[in-house]
Design a protein around this ligand. Structure first.
Ligand code: NAP
Length: 338
């Protein structure tokens, strides 16, 4: 058992849910610490009947800590993790900073838990949009080898943390207060108002005209499925949905997968829920998937434009399976297996 556990970034959108997941999943611990920026020092967070006071995230805060779960911005993770690594047994990190380092396993427990065995004090949890797609791709890859994926995401504002959701509320109010017309309004997280809008840029510009968020869907998928030959063409779009990312996925495989076979494979995959009956209007939406831990798959069709190609839709709670739950599942796996 880990005696002392610390949550770094405890006051954020993901950190708040991690704290809830630790309680709901009855994660064993003796002492719990909550860390955040100077701004939050002194904030009291109730936890399993105790009142825990938030402390400043600094190297000394990790003295005597066994397990850290981190959900801070990338630059904060870049700076605090090397120091924390000297002091603690293992860190599970939600940020994007360490994911592609070769000595850092990038893990979705249902997909590649065994990779955790090689950890050197740090395990990364993938980006939210990658996690749900790869959970869905895994059974197809095992059965028929994925060659190419074309994915368009419809990403919720909570993916940009608490500032993202403040923008959704404030920008939507501005639109409603302006006779349902677009108007100039301040934004914290996005380059344009997100209320009643959609924005085809998530993250900064990177090579070949893709964004950082889009390239995560390529590089992280290859690393988790341990197959550098998989091709991915991603488009990541922010939409005015508070929580749960949706994805339209077209996947080409080495051999054909029929719709019936795909349904069978999805049904057998741990962590996947099938909602796939168009005539009964049964398909997943953020409305159905909010505050759940599974990846929901529906609208499964053969791609009528290409052989050996399948189209589907998948939705998952980006704060839960896309972040907090996945990190806590990694910590649970370490508890039970190492
Ligand atoms: N949101 C998602 O769907 C999602 C999914 C997967 C991964 N992630 C990743 O998880 C991480 C956290 O995301 P989030 O959405 O929870 O963001 P958030 O709501 O903005 O929370 C950020 C957390 O980091 C803390 N923090 C910020 N600057 C700090 C500093 N200089 N020193 C110490 N602590 C600092 C904040 O503390 P204060 O409250 O004191 O500022 C807060 O606890 C990010 O790396 C994000 O990319 C997010």
């Amino acid at each position: 058992m880990f005696d002392t556990v610390a949550v770094a970034g405890a006051t954020g959108a993901v950190g708040t849910l991690m704290i809830r997941m630790f309680q709901e999943r009855k994660f064993p611990y003796k002492k719990m610490k909550f860390l955040a920026s100077k701004r939050s020092v002194g904030t009291v967070i109730p936890f399993n009947g105790e009142d825990i006071v938030v402390e400043e995230l600094c190297p000394e805060a990790f003295d005597g800590v066994d397990l850290v779960i981190g959900s801070t911005p990338d630059d904060v993770a870049r700076d605090f993790i090397p120091e924390a690594r000297k002091r603690v047994k293992v860190i599970v990190d939600e940020s994007g900073y360490w994911r592609m380092f070769p000595d850092v396993p990038l893990v979705i427990p249902e997909v590649n838990a065994e990779a955790i065995r090689k950890h050197k004090g740090l395990v990364s949890s993938p980006n939210c949009s990658t996690t749900q797609m790869v959970v869905a791709l895994k059974p197809l890859h095992d059965y028929a080898r994925v060659r190419r994926v074309v994915v368009s995401t419809y990403q919720a504002t909570s993916g940009a943390g608490l500032p993202g959701n403040r923008d959704l509320v404030n920008n939507s109010k501005a639109w409603l207060d302006n006779d349902c017309q677009y108007c100039e309004c301040e934004t914290e997280a996005f380059p344009y108002p997100i209320g009643f809008n959609c924005i085809p840029q998530i993250g900064g510009e990177r090579e070949f005209g893709y964004t950082s968020e889009e390239l995560k869907l390529l590089h992280e998928t290859r690393k988790i499925l341990d197959d550098p030959s998989i091709q991915v063409c991603p488009t990541a779009v922010r939409v005015p949905v508070a929580n749960c990312h949706s994805e339209s996925v077209v996947v080409e495989t080495e051999r054909k997968i029929t719709v019936e076979k795909a349904r069978e494979l999805f049904r057998a995959m741990p962590g996947v829920v099938l909602m796939d009956d168009l005539s009964a209007k049964s398909y997943p939406t953020p409305y159905h998937c909010h505050d759940t831990d599974d990846v929901y798959v529906g609208r499964i069709r053969e791609d009528i434009s290409a052989p050996n190609s399948l189209a589907f839709w998948c939705v998952a709670d980006n704060l839960r399976k896309g972040a907090a739950t996945n990190a806590v599942q990694i910590a649970e796996w370490i508890q039970q297996n190492l």
